[in-house]
Design a binder for this molecule. Structure first.
Ligand SMILES: Nc1nc2c(ncn2[C@@H]2O[C@H](COP(=O)(O)OP(=O)(O)O)[C@@H](O)[C@H]2O)c(=O)[nH]1
Ligand SMILES: [Mg+2]
Length: 348
């Protein structure tokens, strides 16, 4: 079946899951019309709360995403899951392995699951799911350098997952994660060693989160714990990532598995960002949009400039720099001049 971007977009907006799957494939494969599709869908987005779940392999991200999705469904929210993990147990719409909790999700029309092997088109895929009208989009990414930064950019709330038993606890926790974490989950809290992980994280929070120290001084002159943010947390200027213990598998009962606490922490963060006075969400979004537009602009300008350069000009410039007839600075100036002249042969 062939589709045009407008008809595919219309089908996605009308709630067709097949159209949604196809639209995601278009974006993932960089179909020639995917930019048109994304542009048509864009005005319909902006309502989903996008939660990124990141952390080292084996910490229990997929299990946590499943547990969160089940809890959200009980609350009546629709959920899209996007797993960027080559070893993900979510494949296509099906779930691999004998993970009972994940099977609970299949067959529920209020849940849509998609996995992909690479993070290339993450932003576009999230925008499609957002436009399709899900209340929540849960995005699982393996915490490894760039993908952490990508997810922190694409998500409104980023949950960093740690777990005991993955080597030396302090070593396994990278300082950088604290910069992207809006919420910290210590998963596998049923395991021995979980308290060591909690302690190590808390120590890092106190060292690496100067905002917390400011806040400890400023907040009603009381010492505040990162673990127990108060009701008036969203009144405060700064957000201190709460630390939540979770059990994502059925090692605990729904009363003590911490999944409700994790959702609470996510929702408190959401309230913090959307709180009318602070207008933090708008600020955050503006910063991200600015970054995206500047990125796209620099790519587009570079492509236009290279296309405008007469054949051989770049190679000649390289030769000149190599033979020291021109400095790199002068070579760039003359490349810009040649591109400008080529683009406007009759110009000034
Ligand atoms: N005991 C225990 N095992 C868990 C928990 N969460 C996940 N696991 C197990 O840890 C392994 C890795 O989980 P998975 O969700 O695939 O981790 P991911 O690689 O981070 O997505 C699986 O065998 C899970 O059953 C937990 O809270 N407690
Ligand atoms: Mg996983």
């Amino acid at each position: 079946m062939t589709d045009s971007a407008p008809s595919l977009a219309a089908a996605v907006l009308s709630g067709s899951r097949r159209a949604l799957a196809r639209a995601l494939t278009w974006v993932e494969n960089e179909h020639p019309d995917s930019a048109a599709l994304l542009s048509t869908l864009y005005p319909h987005g902006g309502r989903a709360w996008v939660v990124g779940i990141t952390g080292a392999p084996g910490t229990g991200k997929s299990s946590l995403v499943t547990a969160l999705a089940l809890r959200l469904r009980q609350q009546g929210e629709t959920v899209a899951i996007l797993a960027v993990d080559p070893t993900s147990p979510f494949t296509g719409g099906a779930i691999l392995g004998d993970r009972i909790r994940m099977r609970d999700l299949s067959g529920d029309s209020g849940v849509f699951i998609r996995s992909m092997a690479t993070r290339g088109s993450l932003g576009g895929l999230i925008r499609v799911l957002d436009a399709a009208g899900f209340d929540r989009v849960l995005v699982e990414t393996v915490g490894a350098g760039q993908s952490e930064v990508d997810i922190a950019r694409a998500a409104q709330t980023t949950v960093v997952v740690e777990a005991p038993g993955l080597g030396d606890d302090v070593q396994a926790i990278k300082a950088g994660i604290l910069e992207i974490a809006d919420v910290l989950a210590v998963n596998k809290a049923d395991r021995a060693g979980a308290e060591n992980t909690v302690r190590a994280l808390r120590a890092m929070l106190e060292l690496g989160h100067p905002t917390q120290r400011n806040r400890m001084v400023n907040h009603h002159g009381q010492r505040m714990s990162a673990e127990a943010p108060t009701q008036d947390d969203h009144e405060a200027e700064l957000w201190v990532p709460p630390l939540v213990r979770t059990v994502a598998t059925r090692e605990a009962t729904p009363e003590n598995d911490g999944i409700g606490d994790l959702l609470d922490a996510i929702d408190r963060h959401r309230a913090h960002l959307t709180h009318a006075d602070g207008d933090k969400l708008r600020q955050r979004q503006r910063g991200r949009i600015e970054g995206e537009l500047l990125d796209r602009l620099s790519h587009a300008l570079m492509a236009r400039l290279l296309a405008a350069l007469p054949a051989g000009t770049l190679e000649a410039a390289i030769d000149d720099v190599q033979s020291r007839q021109r400095s790199p600075h002068h070579a760039v100036q003359s490349l810009l001049d040649s591109a400008g002249k080529a683009a406007q042969p009759n110009g000034v």
